[in-house]
Design a protein around this ligand. Structure first.
Ligand code: NAD
Length: 500
């Protein structure tokens, strides 16, 4: 169960930075062998949050060695015992949800009020996979009266997990659930832009699991690349961009390890003429996840609105969008946070400039907020462009920022071709009151996760993942657990070990 935290109690939570700033592996803290550190800056205020180890290949090697050794112990821990330990971690996350939310708000710029949900979602994921440990089942296969044939599922070994900045804590904690439940050990590489909550997690759960079972190695591309290519890593799972997905897959190829890839999206919202313009407007702004500046893989950043309701929807969008106002992320009343880094901030502004230049009509936002209290942070207003066309950059490329492009359509077949004319295929949101239309559109859209008359929500147990270049594999479901196992078939000759 989620523990709700009232805004007034959030305001009472002090920002508590982790004391440990190195790598956590083998159940202990280690200074980076690279000798390098990265300064952490709060995106909302520009305040320094201290330096964190910038680990590299040597650190990954040491962590993988510790994880490899721990695998021999962890794989023998009875499944229900493993589940019990994961549930205990989930309990600790809930108990410290406010503190962890405050830390992520300061480090990654998402509003603290929403980051509480991240901690509780991570706890729910751990509970979910803890409950699935006995579903790691094999089968028995009929082979005749004098034989028994059956298969069992075993863990893979050391699993490498690389995660991005948009939900640092939720990913670092929640994504450890499936591989650990299945009996693997994990080397986690948190995002270099926001590693503090992962270090705090390691501090909070230190001693709960046998040493080396769960390891955290902060660093950037070097550390990630070594994890992907390491010969003793049995599987590599990435949440990140399509470009990084390609690099990870190439690095994994040398040792033929499996990959699980959750990548980017350029997702479509499709509104049919029978849909209520007000509901569509709410879906359009809600689906953009402006709370975390659109920095969400599932954001529906291309809205295809039928011409019959186009003007009515846009009119309502300009009203509804006022709910999202950039503000200091650690302030409990803030509804929209800051952009993660200067590089990403410049990138988003560049996309806004390109849309203006290419002839899109700016409907809302389009630049920095003018509030002087926000002058030191990386803030961009929620931005809507109307009259976007397929030739424009903002139609095709993932911005990963608070910018949505609205496209007018008349012909369904042509519209669906445009929806599918991008390299991505992660989510889609379809708005209509007609069941036949909804099914027809859902069948045609090339995406792995589709909402009808809804947006953004994830349903634990339902497979989440992408078509095309949005990824390989499915998460948040039983298949995720099974993807961290391998099947062994055993054939018994009942005649016994006798000479014939
Ligand atoms: N499908 C999903 O579930 C999902 C969820 C959240 C974010 N994302 C995607 O993540 C991207 C935004 O995050 P980002 O900008 O941090 O992505 P990114 O790909 O730049 O970085 C993601 C992680 O990969 C690491 N990395 C970078 N280069 C690497 C390399 N060559 N080898 C190994 N690791 C490497 C980074 O250090 C980071 O930890 C967007 O494309 C977004 O859509 C996808």
């Amino acid at each position: 169960m989620n523990t709700p935290v009232a805004p007034q109690s959030l305001a009472a939570i002090a920002l508590r930075l982790p004391v440990s700033r190195g790598a956590y592996y083998g159940g202990a803290w280690h200074a980076p062998r690279t000798g390098r550190h990265l300064d952490q800056i709060s995106p909302g205020t520009g305040e320094p949050l201290g330096a964190v180890a910038d680990c590299g290949a040597e650190d990954i090697d040491a962590a993988v060695a510790a994880a490899k050794q721990a695998f021999e112990t962890w794989r023998r821990v009875p499944p229900l015992e493993r589940g019990k330990m994961l549930r205990e971690i989930a309990r600790i996350l809930r108990e410290n949800a406010g503190e962890l939310a405050m830390l992520d708000a300061a480090d990654c710029g998402n509003p603290v009020s929403e980051m509480i949900a991240d901690a509780t979602i991570a706890a729910a994921q751990l509970d979910f996979f803890a409950g699935l440990v006995t579903e790691m089942k094999g089968h028995s296969i009929p082979m005749g009266p004098d034989r028994i044939n059956f298969s069992v599922r075993e863990p893979l070994g050391v699993v490498g997990r690389i995660v991005p900045f948009n939900h640092p804590f939720m990913f670092v904690a929640g994504k450890a659930g499936a591989p650990l439940a299945a009996g693997n050990t994990v080397v986690m590489k948190p995002p270099e832009q926001a590693p503090l909550s992962s270090l705090r997690l390691a501090e909070l759960i230190d001693g709960l699991l046998p040493p080396g079972v769960f390891n955290v190695v902060p660093g950037g591309r070097d550390a990630g690349a070594r994890l992907a290519s390491h010969p003793d890593v049995a599987k590599i799972a990435l949440i990140g961009s399509a470009a990084t997905g390609r690099a990870v897959m190439k690095a994994a190829a040398d040792t033929l390890k499996g990959v699980l890839l959750e990548l980017g999206g350029k997702n479509a919202l499709i509104a049919y003429p029978d849909a209520d313009p007000d509901a569509v407007a709410a879906g359009l702004v809600g689906g953009m996840n402006f709370t975390w500046c659109g920095q969400s893989c599932g954001s529906t950043s291309r809205a295809f609105i039928h011409e019959k309701i186009y003007d009515a929807v846009l009119e309502r969008v300009t009203v509804r969008i006022r709910h999202w106002k950039p503000g200091v992320p650690t302030d409990p009343s803030t509804t929209m946070g800051a952009i993660i880094s200067k590089a990403q901030y410049d990138r988003v502004l560049d996309y806004i400039a390109s849309a203006k230049q290419e002839g899109a009509r700016l409907l809302a936002g389009g630049g920095r907020p003018d509030d002087p209290a926000l002058a030191k942070g990386l803030f961009i207003e929620p931005t809507v462009f109307a009259d976007v066309t397929p030739a424009m950059r903002i139609f095709k490329e993932e911005i990963f920022g608070p910018v949505v492009g609205v496209i007018r359509w008349t012909d369904e077949a042509a519209m669906l071709d445009q929806v599918n004319a991008v390299e991505y295929g992660l989510t889609a949101s379809i708005w209509t009151n007609d069941l036949t239309t909804a099914h027809r559109a859902a069948a045609r859209v090339e995406a792995g996760y589709i909402w009808i008359n809804d947006t953004s929500k994830h349903f634990l147990g339902a497979p989440f993942g992408g078509y095309k270049q949005s990824g390989i594999g499915r998460e948040e479901c039983l298949e995720e657990l099974l993807s961290f196992t391998q099947e062994k078939n055993i054939n018994i000759n009942l005649a016994g070990a006798k000479a014939t």
